[in-house]
Design a protein around this ligand. Structure first.
Ligand SMILES: [Zn+2]
Length: 149
């Protein structure tokens, strides 16, 4: 058991170093592979299999909302979205905004299959979430429409 603790602490330190390198300097561990940061705006983001949630969301979100957002973020990793976007940036950067929006829908579909559509919709509808679409994200209303289509 002592060895396992040692490995967990090692992975933790590594994860926190990776997050710092990505500009998230205040990450705190919530659970294995799941961290939170005050710096983060919006609900969450993923760095490989590491999920970071905003501290505000962690303190006020319901367990199902947290679960839905974690599933969404892990789907990005599972579907190799970061790697695909890295390639796209090199090969066809003009396609990147379209690809990012498609990846958002694909990660949302994962949440839908997990039976957490209502929880994700309620997390997305929170007042602290950006309501309009951006270059990389479809609008919240477009995402909610697709969750229940
Ligand atoms: Zn996403």
């Amino acid at each position: 058991m002592g060895n396992t603790d040692h490995v967990v602490r090692m992975i933790d330190r590594l994860a926190i170093r990776i997050l710092r390198a990505r500009g998230i300097t205040d990450a705190r561990r919530l659970e294995r592979g799941i961290y939170h940061s005050r710096q983060l705006r919006g609900l969450g983001c993923s760095v490989g299999p590491i999920v970071v949630l905003s501290t505000a969301f962690v303190t006020t979100g319901t367990p199902d909302e947290l679960r839905a957002v974690i599933v969404h973020e892990l789907a990005h990793w599972r579907l190799h979205h970061q790697l695909k976007q890295l390639w796209c940036r090199i090969i066809a950067p003009w396609k990147l905004p379209y690809m990012r929006r498609q990846h958002e829908y694909a990660a949302d579909a994962f949440v839908r299959r997990a039976g957490l559509s209502v929880a994700l919709a309620s997390a997305l509808a929170r007042p602290d979430v950006l309501q309009h679409g951006t270059d990389s994200h479809p609008s919240v209303s477009a995402r909610i429409d697709r969750l229940f289509a």
